[in-house]
Write a protein that binds this ligand. Structure first.
Ligand code: NAD
Ligand code: PPY
Length: 359
């Protein structure tokens, strides 16, 4: 048998190190683990639990997210590699009974354990600290358990602090002195987005908010005198100084990039750009883009900092705030070389990958 006889290949090629798939038939759940790189250390990245139109799309999502994790931890200077996993559920999580969900988590934990520490997980969309407590019964390799269970708890504060640090750097890059008076639109008012909203209001920004969940909108509406509520489907058509996508990825495709009426984009969500070429379109229009894998690294800094490197909460927050300086350097490099900020940040990740992480 020749290699070509395997065509069409069940999965497209990918430069990552490993894609591992296991199905738990009783719960109807696929567990997909993508390890992009272990060059700097064990691959880290959360477990995303959701439904997908096909297994191929679940694999593609895990791989794209793993790519971003490698760049994220490399730019953040963490001695780790990048990976991600996906639990492709048979139905939305809120419709699964508890026994089915626990079965799916058990199967995922056993899958992670089979990789003997090549991949460490943590929370992502659809999973939280309580799920990490449960996973830890089946694998050692899970960060982000509740503090009462011996973990480092929620990473949302550090992520939000890092995102706002990125907003500050991007605002300066756009030639504005500070956040005061700017129209900042936060899409997705979950653990990260709501805290970002609080912090930018405290810095004097004018807040615009959007969420599909009215309860989250109501929570944000209480933050400041005149919060403007934007319908979720109108987010990319609403004029603003700074757009902070903080829901799910893929908000900005090529069409959106050509028309987006905002001066600055700072990604709190992972993979905000649905198409890598959208970065060039935005750059050509003079839109300042803070690459999400730089801006939202506070979560990884929290989980790895607290649980691997023994940092205090204060050290974690200081490292998250330092994203402002990292991003300022990325912008300066992009300007000097006449390239986009996403390219400059990816080059920075490459340089970091080529050197040994500090002990
Ligand atoms: P979360 O689940 O707490 O919040 C997500 C919010 O987005 C929810 O309020 C939800 O109702 C809302 N939402 C979903 N779809 C929407 C839509 N189409 N329009 C508007 N709102 C919508 O999640 P989180 O922990 O706040 O994380 C937010 C994003 O940041 C996620 O994409 C996550 O992967 C990313 N991220 C989080 C961390 C972290 O430390 N939590 C770290 C890095 C990246
Ligand atoms: C992310 O930042 O997107 C993550 O997935 C966070 C993370 C970092 C390290 C271990 C597990 C999850």
């Amino acid at each position: 048998m020749t290699v070509t006889s395997l065509d069409p290949h069940p999965l497209p090629p990918w430069p990552g190190e490993l894609t591992s798939l296991r199905v738990d038939e009783p719960s109807g759940t696929w567990s997909v683990i993508a390890v992009h790189s272990t060059r700097r250390g064990p691959a880290v990245g959360g477990t995303r639990a959701m439904t997908y139109p096909s297994l191929r799309e679940a694999v593609a999502d895990a791989r794209r997210l793993a790519d971003a994790m490698t760049a994220k931890v490399a730019v953040a200077g963490l001695p780790m590699g990048g990976g991600k996993s996906v639990l492709a559920l048979p139905a939305p999580r809120h419709r699964l009974d508890d026994a089915t969900w626990r079965r799916a988590l058990e199967a995922h934990g056993r899958h992670i354990e089979l990789l003997h520490g090549t991949y460490w997980t943590g929370p992502d969309i659809g999973t939280g600290s309580a799920d990490m407590d449960e996973l830890r019964q089946h694998t050692t390799y899970a960060f982000g358990r509740a503090e009462t269970a011996g973990g480092s708890g929620s990473s949302a504060e550090a992520t939000a602090v890092g995102v706002v640090a990125a907003v500050r750097a991007a605002v300066r890059e756009a030639g504005r002195p500070g956040l005061a008076g700017l129209r900042i639109l936060v899409q997705g008012l979950g653990a990260v987005g709501l805290r970002v909203a609080e912090l930018v209001v405290a810095a004097g920004a004018r807040l615009l908010v959007a969420d599909v969940d009215p309860a989250r909108v109501a929570a944000a509406a209480g933050l400041a005198g005149a919060v403007e509520v934007v319908a979720p489907e109108a987010v990319t058509r609403t004029p603003c100084d700074v757009l902070v996508p903080g829901a799910v990825g893929g908000l900005i495709d090529l069409g959106v990039a050509r028309e987006l009426p905002c001066r600055i984009v700072v990604g709190a969500a992972n993979n905000v750009l649905a198409d890598p070429a959208a970065a060039d379109v935005l750059a050509a229009r003079g839109v300042v883009v803070a690459p999400d894998f730089v801006a939202n690294a506070g979560g990884a800094i929290h989980l790895v900092g607290r649980e691997v490197l023994g940092w205090s909460a204060a050290q974690v927050l200081a490292r998250a705030a330092a994203i402002e300086d990292t991003l300022a350097e990325v912008f300066a490099d992009a300007r000097a070389r006449g390239i986009g900020s996403v390219r400059a940040a990816l080059d920075r990740a490459e340089r970091s990958l080529a050197t040994e992480p500090a002990a």
